[in-house]
Design a protein around this ligand. Structure first.
Ligand code: MLT
Ligand code: MN
Ligand code: ZN
Length: 313
């Protein structure tokens, strides 16, 4: 299978429109060794022609333009994107749906919780019903960490998807944001995805928003050939320390890389052949390729996703 990283930045992209932090100013005026990035999204295919778009970022049109493989042009109006799958209902992962409104009815795979948000707090589904229309397929989750049913997407042969409930955060506009669920683990506000090539058996675990790692999620990470996971923040108090926000990484549903129980420590235990961070916030020092934090990642054999990165398994 092939995965193309269409966008590797967190919400706001890099540089962010209104931000003059060291990274954003530095990439704008070329004073740091860094590359601009669009907001996080990937595309997955086994045959290189038919793709599942995973998350639809506000940058989707630029991402499609930059990725000729998504445009096989088999008819006057055509796209290689056969379906869209959502990891959550965050603004940076869903608003690109509006940009796909000229096409055929859009097959959309997401949990009941995300579908609820897209029909109420951020009513993209009712809006799109006046354009292409959306064909919802529920991503059902199994309770108690049991293996959820896996599924295949019609038209995208050779790839199997298994949704896994995660601890992260529903969007700020969602009624679930601060409402504790009976079992937050099966709330379905945020999922990760085990993506398997049915021919080779190779697997990728994808989770751009991962606030805390339960044992069953770590077990999936252990058995995956590649993990493509939350790289939002280096520090737990990154936004607070910069004076940009009063929210910690945990408040926003993201596990920072540094710290004794941070993502680096988790990934050190994981045997996956490739460990890649995605959904990187513009404040994160790892965006500066000459930073000591980036060197630390390299020592731990952790890669940083970039727009256009291809992962073939
Ligand atoms: C997040 O990942 O925490 C959100 O995308 C933040 C945002 O919407 O800007
Ligand atoms: Mn985000
Ligand atoms: Zn910035």
């Amino acid at each position: 299978m092939k995965i193309i990283v269409l966008g590797s930045a967190a919400g706001g992209g890099f540089p962010q429109w209104n931000c003059n932090c060291r990274n954003c100013a530095g990439v704008r005026n070329g004073t740091i060794n860094a590359t601009a990035r669009t907001q996080s999204s990937i595309a997955v295919s086994a045959d290189g022609t038919n793709w599942v778009l995973i998350n639809a970022s506000p940058d989707i049109l630029a991402q499609i333009r930059a990725t000729p493989a998504l445009q096989p042009a088999r008819a006057v109006r055509d796209s290689g994107i056969a379906a869209v799958m959502l990891m959550d209902a965050q603004v940076d992962h869903v608003t690109g749906l509006l940009m796909l409104r000229e096409g055929r009815p859009l097959p959309l795979y997401c949990t009941a919780s995300v579908w609820g948000d897209l029909n109420t707090g951020l009513p993209l589904a009712p809006v799109l019903s006046h354009y292409c229309g959306v064909l919802w397929h529920e991503l059902a989750l199994a309770p108690g960490g049991a293996a959820a049913p896996s599924l295949q997407v019609p038209g995208v042969e050779g790839i199997r998807f298994t949704p896994l409930a995660l601890r992260s955060k529903a969007p700020p506009y969602s009624p679930h944001r601060e409402r504790p669920q009976v079992d937050a683990n099966i709330s379905g506000d945020n999922i990760g995805l085990l993506i398997e090539d049915t021919a080779s058996g190779k697997t990728v675990f994808y989770a751009p928003g991962l606030g805390a790692i339960d044992p069953q999620i770590e077990a999936v990470m252990q058995s995956s050939d590649c993990v493509l996971v939350d790289g939002t923040f280096w520090r737990a108090d990154e936004m607070i320390a910069l004076g940009f926000s009063t929210k910690s990484a945990a408040d926003m549903g993201h596990l920072p890389q540094s710290g004794e129980a941070g993502m680096i420590a988790v990934l050190d235990r994981v045997k996956a052949r490739r460990k890649v961070l995605i959904h990187i916030n513009n404040t994160n020092p790892i965006l500066d390729e000459d930073s000591e934090q980036r060197a630390t990642l390299a020592r731990h054999e952790i890669e940083v996703a970039f727009d256009g990165m291809e992962i073939c398994l």
